[in-house]
Design a binder for this molecule. Structure first.
Ligand code: THU
Length: 146
């Protein structure tokens, strides 16, 4: 059995791998209109899934990087997510936090919003961190639905 210290350090290593994946994928963003390149990676059930923002000439069809990563996870059968890393551009310093729509979609698959980690970075190494509950307090989870 691993000690709490070991668990914490392996969790930190997992988060660093998540951040590295978000940074690595960011250049693949399809953002010819905004020129705002975003990479995202989500952690769930021991696996990493990544995505980029995909824009469209019909502007309203743009998909954010976070939601692209989430759909990749769900398509692989992974629906219990515990962290997301988002990489925006160096010029966007401090790094941007996820938009409201993405926060709500993250909430859908967050195993626990109070411990779900949201890490925003840029390729220069700037970093901001929150829990999902901090970014989306009193969230709508669907628990109220009949
Ligand atoms: N974008 C994301 O990918 N994630 C966010 O959380 C905020 C915005 C994208 C959408 C669009 O392609 C570009 O950034 C500018 O809004």
């Amino acid at each position: 059995m691993s000690t709490p210290d070991k668990e914490a350090s392996s969790q930190q290593a997992d988060l660093e791998a998540l951040v590295a994946q978000a940074i690595a994928i960011q250049p693949r963003a399809w953002a010819p209109y905004s020129r705002f390149f975003v990479g995202a990676a989500v952690w769930g059930e021991g696996q990493v899934f990544s995505g980029v923002n995909v824009e469209n000439a019909s502007f309203g069809l743009t998909i954010c990087a976070e939601r692209a990563a989430i759909t990749a996870a769900v398509a692989s059968g992974v629906t219990q997510l515990t962290a997301v890393a988002v990489c925006t551009q160096t010029q966007a310093s401090p790094p941007s936090s996820p938009c409201g729509a993405c926060r709500q979609v993250l909430r859908e698959f967050a195993a626990d919003p109070r411990t779900f980690r949201v890490i925003a970075v840029n390729p220069d190494g700037a970093r901001r961190e929150w829990t999902l509950a901090e970014l989306l307090p009193d969230s709508f989870s669907g628990a109220e639905l009949p």
